[in-house]
Every structure is written in structure tokens, then in C-alpha cells.
Design a protein around this ligand. Structure first.
Ligand code: GDP
Ligand code: MN
Length: 383
């Protein structure tokens, strides 16, 4: 789950990281009132869950409250990378002398968090990685030791930071690590971390991505989810507790179990097809969840055939069959469908499908099911 800039920065502030004074507005009038309270020049910043807002015209400086109102009106009318701007953050403008990058992600190969810093902040870090990889410095963090002053000093020297800023940098880097761990984040990033004209450090931008699997431990953070920023498909999948990832192939896959879903996608590829999605309906899936899953698959216009691969353990094949029929009655698709149901109550499941008015191609082995789905998607196989 991604957090907005203002949400991320408020969390950073709780961990002692200096951020500009500011507040969020949904109308130009509110923006003006905030700017009046702040006094002096402000920056008006679109709050949308994409990067590169600056380049897209979503970040504008304003010298006073009247100008802040006008810029807020402009920005609130924008669509940035397809997302309408619903809110703007009004921050006291920073006097920027230099922009640094500072972020933390998990390095899966090293099996630990890695702090990344660069003297070339402000631009996207992927861009720096491409054009000047030597400007990126990395520090792996042993979770049992955590971040110590000698780590942050090393990193600060690597990026050529002024000695006078060492203490402040140490404080910020450790705060960022604490925030990352404390929130179960998968990313925490300050870009840019600014050296101001007055010679202080200030987190001008903030970004956090939280690990959805850790959210149950943070009800206060889970509440911050901005449902306006999810696609309808993502929202439906999350609400039904389905793991769904849309891909660009033509065979819709409905499978119970993540490993089986991966295997199903692999074998579909092996036989010359291409999966339209990853979808794990989970263990013990009941009819209504199966119906939601099928609706998600059928909402994708690229799908030419659907492959059901259900291994009945806790999940009962008859329950899944009922779910498939419930969804078919509602959606009435005219696509070929291949079903392989094995395990608990498979005979009952097959009976339910056979007795239905819908044509269903059946298969016993996974290889057979995948081959039939590939052929059906090509229009070479009828039910
Ligand atoms: P992003 O484009 O979505 O990453 O948004 P940022 O918040 O990082 O802003 C983009 C750029 O706008 C920054 O790298 C700065 O160069 C500039 N910027 C942002 N806030 C201020 C500010 O308060 N003062 C000044 N002078 N520039 C700012
Ligand atoms: Mn930024």
C-alpha cells in the first residue's frame, strides 16, 4: 500500500525527521488560508500516488497566498498520469541549495534492508542508476545491529556531505530506518533531502510503501489507504481477499494456491499460451469469492479463454463449481472455458458443471487442461 507524500512526511516527522510546515487542501480557498497562515512563499504540491509530479506540472511555487490559491486551482484541475488530483499539499517553500537522495528498500538477495544515498537527488533514482551509477552509495543494514552512527557517517562521507551536517544526517538516516521498520514498510524514501540556504537538512518530499502483509499490525496506517487511487479491479480483488495480478496474455487463470497458480502460468506458457493474470482464490474459497474472481477475469478484454485449475483440499470442488456457475449466470460470457477440478468432492463438482447449461471443456491432468486452454484461446477447440 502506497502512502501519499503528506502522510509519509507526517510519519517521518514522528521519527524526528525535519519536514517543512504545511497542510493539505482540497479547494483553492483552503490552499489560500493555509498559505496565509504559513506566510511567505509556499509550494503547492499535487497529492497523487505517482512519481515525477514535478515534471508533470503538479508542483508549483507561489510567492504569496493569492498566488497559492491560483496555483492550487490549476493543479486541482489536473490529471497526472491518469489520476485526477483531489488534494494539494501547501508547504512552506524551501530555500534549496542542494538536493540529496536518501531511501531504504529490502534487498532480497542480501536478505536485509539497504539504505541508498546519492548526492544527485531530486531526479528519479532509477535515472541516476542509469546515467551515473557511481553516484549511488549503498549501505546494507544488519537488522540485529540496526543503524549506528558509524554507518551513517560512512554514508555521509561517501556522498560528500559537509561535516557540519553529519549530526543532522545521522539523525535523519536513523529516523528513516526506524520509520521503515516501525511501519513494516517495503520502501521509505526522501527525494529530495535538501540542504537549505541556511545550512540545514530538510525532507522536502516523502514516499512510503507499506507491506500489505504487515498492515494487520498497524490499523492506524491501514486506515490511511486512499481507495480513490486504486483501480476498480484492484479494489474488488482486495475487498474479496483475492491475490490478483493482471498481466497481458489471453488465458484467464483461476487457481487455488499461489504455487499452483505459478505452475499453471508456467505450463500455459510451455504449451504456447500466455496467462492474462495471476489469481489465487486461496484455500477454502466459497462460491461468492469464486464468482468475484471470475468477474475480475472476464472484465479483462484480452481474455480469450478461461482455465480453472482447482486442487480440492480444504477447498471443495463442488463449492468452486457452484461459484463458477453463479458467476457465469451473472456475466454470461461467450468464451471457451476449461475446467480441471481434482481432489475433495471432485465428482460432485464435475456433476454440477455437467448439469449446467454452460459448455465447459473438462480435463483431468494439468498438461491436458493447459493444452486445451491454449487451443481454445486460438479458437481451435469448441466445448
Ligand atoms: P516529485 O516530482 O513527485 O518527486 O516531487 P518533489 O516533491 O520531489 O518535487 C520535485 C522538485 O520540485 C524537487 O526536486 C525540487 O527541485 C522542487 N521543489 C519541491 N519543493 C520545493 C520547494 O519548497 N522549494 C523549491 N525551490 N523547490 C522545490
Ligand atoms: Mn521527489
Amino acid at each position: 500500500m502506497k502512502l501519499h507524500e503528506f502522510q509519509s512526511k507526517r510519519i517521518f516527522a514522528q521519527y524526528g525527521i525535519p519536514i517543512p510546515d504545511g497542510d493539505v487542501a482540497t479547494t483553492p480557498q483552503e490552499a489560500r488560508a493555509i498559505a496565509e497562515r504559513l506566510g511567505g512563499p509556499v509550494v503547492v504540491k499535487s497529492q497523487v500516488l505517482v512519481g515525477g509530479r514535478g515534471k508533470a506540472g503538479g508542483i508549483k511555487l507561489a510567492k504569496d497566498a493569492a498566488e497559492a490559491e491560483a496555483r492550487a486551482a490549476d493543479i486541482l484541475a489536473l490529471d497526472i498520469k491518469g489520476l485526477p488530483v483531489r488534494r494539494v499539499l501547501i508547504d512552506q517553500a524551501a530555500d534549496i541549495r542542494h538536493e540529496i537522495y536518501l531511501g531504504i528498500v529490502i534487498d532480497r538477495v542480501a536478505e536485509r534492508p539497504v539504505m541508498i544515498a546519492s548526492a544527485e537527488g531530486g531526479v528519479e533514482i532509477e535515472e541516476v542508476a542509469r546515467t551515473n551509477p557511481n553516484a549511488i552509495k549503498k549501505l546494507h543494514i544488519d537488522p540485529f545491529i540496526g543503524m549506528r552512527a558509524y554507518h551513517t557517517r560512512w554514508l555521509a562521507r561517501e556522498i560528500g556531505l559537509d561535516e557540519a551536517l553529519m549530526r543532522s544526517f545521522d539523525h535523519i538516516a536513523r529516523g528513516l530506518y526506524e520509520a521503515f521498520v516501525g511501519c513494516d514498510a517495503s520502501l521509505a524514501e526522501i527525494n529530495p533531502l535538501v540542504v537549505t540556504g541556511a545550512g540545514t537538512l530538510l525532507a522536502v518530499d516523502g514516499k512510503m510503501v507499506l507491506d500489505d502483509n504487515g498492515l494487520f499490525r498497524h490499523p492506524d496506517l491501514a486506515e490511511k489507504r486512499d481507495v480513490d487511487e486504486e483501480t476498480p479491479t484492484e479494489r474488488a480483488a482486495r475487498e474479496a481477499d483475492l491475490s490478483y495480478v493482471q498481466l497481458d496474455g489471453e488465458i484467464g487463470c483461476m487457481v487455488n494456491g499461489a504455487g499452483l497458480a505459478m505452475a499453471t502460468m508456467d505450463i500455459t506458457k510451455h504449451f504456447g499460451g500466455s496467462p492474462a493474470n495471476f489469481l489465487d482464490i486461496g484455500g477454502g474459497a466459497k462460491a461468492d469469492r469464486v464468482a468475484t474472481a471470475l468477474r475480475l477475469i472476464l472484465a479483462d478484454p484480452n481474455v480469450k479463454a478461461v482455465l480453472f485449475n482447482i486442487f480440492g483440499g480444504i477447498t471443495r470442488c463442488d463449492e468452486v463449481a457452484k461459484g463458477i456457475l453463479a458467476a457465469l449466470e451473472e456475466v454470461q460470457p461467450n468464451l471457451p472455458m476449461v475446467a480441471r477440478l481434482v481432489g475433495t468432492n471432485e465428482a460432485e463438482g464435475r456433476q454440477i458443471l455437467d448439469a449446467s447449461p454452460f459448455d465447459m471443456i473438462t480435463a483431468t491432468t494439468l498438461a491436458e487442461a493447459a493444452q486445451k486452454a491454449v487451443a481454445a484461446a486460438r479458437g481451435e477447440l469448441e466445448a
